[in-house]
Design a protein around this ligand. Sequence first.
Ligand SMILES: Cc1cc2nc3c(=O)[nH]c(=O)nc-3n(C[C@H](O)[C@H](O)[C@H](O)COP(=O)(O)OP(=O)(O)OC[C@H]3O[C@@H](n4cnc5c(N)ncnc54)[C@H](O)[C@@H]3O)c2cc1C
Length: 397
Amino acid sequence: MASLNNADAPKWVAIIGAGVTGLLIAQGLLKNGFQVTVYERDPSLEFRDNRPVSFMIHWGFETLSELLPADLWADIHTTFCNPASRDAKESEGIKFYNGHSGDLLFQAPPTVIKRVTRQKLRKHAAKGVDIRWSVTFDDLKVQDDGVKITFKDGSETTADFVIGADGPRSKVRQLLLGEEKSQLTKSDFVCGYTSAVLGQEKAETILKAHPVWAMVYHSMGVLAIGAEDAVNPDDISTWIFNITRIWRGESPRQEGPDAVKTMKDITETFSEPFKSIVQGLPEDTPAFVRSLYYWRPVQWPNFDGKITIAGDAAHPMLPFRGQGLNNALDDAVKIVRALVEVSTGKAELKEAIDKYDADVVERGARAVDIAVNEGKLVQDMDRLTEMVVAKKGVGKP
Ligand SMILES: Cc1cc2nc3c(=O)[nH]c(=O)nc-3n(C[C@H](O)[C@H](O)[C@H](O)COP(=O)(O)OP(=O)(O)OC[C@H]3O[C@@H](n4cnc5c(N)ncnc54)[C@H](O)[C@@H]3O)c2cc1C
């Protein structure tokens, strides 16, 4: 563990939001001798367990070794969806299928791909972190002695440095930039999300399509499928599989049977074997349907380097290339490095945070723009090969 030796450097860091971004920044800072508290509006880590979410980590994977302490890094495989990814240095490149014919359209080059569940990664990254639950961040004020933060229940605290990792509807971003500049843009895409045990035959079909994650393109949008939880690793009939559908359109927010019905209706015209995977979903499968939003980052004021934002708070994007969390991991490792540089006297606080902010805005805006453009191409079967994901897969743009 590095020790802090610059008397003027921030020592006590408050992080708003115990999502993956906030928790991994906390781990990286703790590893380097900072004092950290994470403030989360949910009452517990288990609060959203009935809403399984998983994501692919690819170009951001190695940053986890820098952020996590050695014991948690050694056990990172316990968060993987498919245990077969454990020792694989590279995964077979993502496969993209034609949803009208069922044929393979193209395959991305092999790359590091680890699919993890949000719940497992959060529980892993929460180990040893001081988290205050059920506190909703509400306001902040920069003072001579630090940044005073106030919560909805009226409680308050003052930290040397504040990081907003409070997700796509970030209150920290809103306070820094004002309502108008921080406003999310509603895309014309809707996402249906579910996971279920599908039995031996469908499990074999999905794992044959790709061991980690397969994408199916159709003029009615994208179907993405892959293993989510190997309940009994030796028996794939017990495995839980994730099914994500994204299509252009409007839909109210839906949960449970309504969401399952919508996902089935919208996948009616897909070819086999993909159609049956969705049509076979049990009605009581946990599922939800949501409109998708994004925000193109612009520079926020950082008050002489005392406040910043990271992860979806800084660059919520459309999920066509699975880049949001990978950029969040890049943010996490870079904010930790910036604060370590300050604490070891290698940089002034303002200089280090200005540099961090500029990188997040530039990189985030590029990723947001690419994702919006992928959305323009994704339902045009004649233009799919123009997509960045078709040319470069899920790696760095
Ligand atoms: C369908 C879909 C698929 C995706 N697939 C991928 C993928 O394959 N690869 C990839 O890299 N990315 C993917 N992403 C993006 C990825 O999910 C996000 O980038 C990532 O989860 C962001 O994490 P976060 O911690 O920044 O935000 P969040 O997970 O939103 O966490 C924010 C936390 O802050 C808390 N919070 C919010 N407001 C307050 C407040 N006022 N006070 C206190 N706490 C607060 C919330 O409760 C939450 O716990 C996908 C996204 C979608 C929608």
